[in-house]
Ligand binder design. Structure first.
Ligand code: PHE
Length: 353
């Protein structure tokens, strides 16, 4: 009976080891230690052959029972450990779907593009078309065809960036013209009238350049939006009504519009347009300098001399034109105190629009 006792001892030892195993790896080590090729139970089973024949059947039966119980217990433990390991892995890999996502910075259209689109959108709604012209321009288009007398101060070097400046004798060479960066979008009017016949309803947005030092209210490069209408029977009343429609669309229905007499070489009569201050409503405050009004654009009826340069009959047609700075419009609309903010590229500023 010694063999049976040894087997019972082996079984108890094995079952304890199975329960003590705390991972699938250590459980497998237990299996190898008892049931592997060199395992303790395997050794006993091999030894059966050399037992005396009378004890062999009983020893064989007991060792088989022991093997089955060890195998059963290994299998139970394996399942338990596998499910624990599975749970642990699931828990470790779990994604907390309630965590906020990682924000990706999203770009957007620059505020000046937005403003230009908003301005042109209002006029597109009135049936205007969009036109453009070159930023590098001939003196003829920027000044001469726009009725600037030769000695007009706007031609002076401090205002205009010249690309080619033919001063003195050279300037008199036939067919030669100074080349410059356009100082306004009004030369666009001339290009349009040279190539299109009335009725003309156009809006000309674009960059313009002036020899100014950047400060809160000046930029050496800025954006203008020009408007031009040429048709039969166009009056100053049409100009005023059009601008009132624009101001209400841009700044809201409560703004009042005021036209002040002004001078531009290419319009006659000319006016500057003010809107009532959005902060004080027109009574005067610090943001409008106590005036109650803010200047937003220049305008007037197209001067017959300009029609003369482009071959439009001033007896039959009349027209109006206006020009505004997009940066200034944006600054007034959003209360931006310094035009330089629009061109510095600081995303903390730009992301507000
Ligand atoms: N071109 C003028 C400027 O730059 C504005 C303007 C445009 C005035 C059209 C009258 C008509 O100041």
């Amino acid at each position: 009976m010694a063999i049976s006792e040894d087997l019972r001892f082996l079984e108890r030892e094995a079952l304890e080891a199975v329960l003590a195993a705390d991972s699938l790896d250590s459980l497998d080590a237990v299996r190898v230690a008892y049931l592997g090729k060199k395992g303790s139970l395997t050794a006993v089973l091999r030894g059966l052959a050399s037992l005396p024949p009378e004890v062999r059947p009983e020893a064989g039966r007991v060792s088989n029972e022991v093997r089955v119980r060890i195998e059963t217990s290994l299998e139970q433990r394996r399942r338990a450990l596998a499910s624990v390991e599975h749970e642990t892995r699931i828990a470790a890999e779990a994604v907390d779907v309630t965590l906020p996502g990682r924000a990706r910075p999203i770009g957007r259209q620059h505020v000046l593009h937005q403003i230009v689109e908003e301005i042109t959108g209002i006029f597109l709604g009135l049936g205007y078309r969009v036109a453009d012209g070159p930023e590098v321009e001939l003196d003829y288009y920027n000044f001469t065809a726009l009725n600037h007398p030769p000695d007009h101060p706007a031609r002076a070097l401090q205002d205009t960036f010249y690309v080619r400046d033919l001063s003195g004798d050279e300037a008199e060479v036939e067919g030669e013209s100074d080349v410059l960066l356009r100082t306004h979008t009004s030369p666009g009017q001339v290009h349009v009238m040279e190539t299109q016949k009335p009725p003309i309803y156009v809006i000309v947005p674009g960059k313009v350049y002036r020899r100014d030092i950047a400060d809160p209210s000046h930029l050496p490069q800025f954006t203008q939006v020009e408007g031009l209408v040429v048709d039969e029977g166009i009056t100053f009343g049409d100009l005023k009504g059009t601008l009132e429609h624009f101001v209400r669309g841009m700044f809201g229905p409560d703004r009042r519009v005021r036209l002040r007499p002004h001078f531009f070489p290419f319009t006659e009569p000319s006016a500057e347009v003010d809107i009532s201050c959005g902060i004080c409503g027109g009574t005067g405050c610090r943001s409008c300098g106590g005036e109650g009004w803010l200047e937003i654009l220049g305008c007037g009826m197209v001067d017959p001399n300009v029609f003369g340069h482009v071959g439009i009959d001033p007896e039959r047609y009349s027209g109006f034109a206006f020009g505004m700075g997009a940066e200034r419009i944006a600054a007034l609309k959003y209360g931006v105190p310094d035009l330089r903010l629009f061109v510095e590229g600081d995303t903390r500023f730009l992301h507000q629009f």
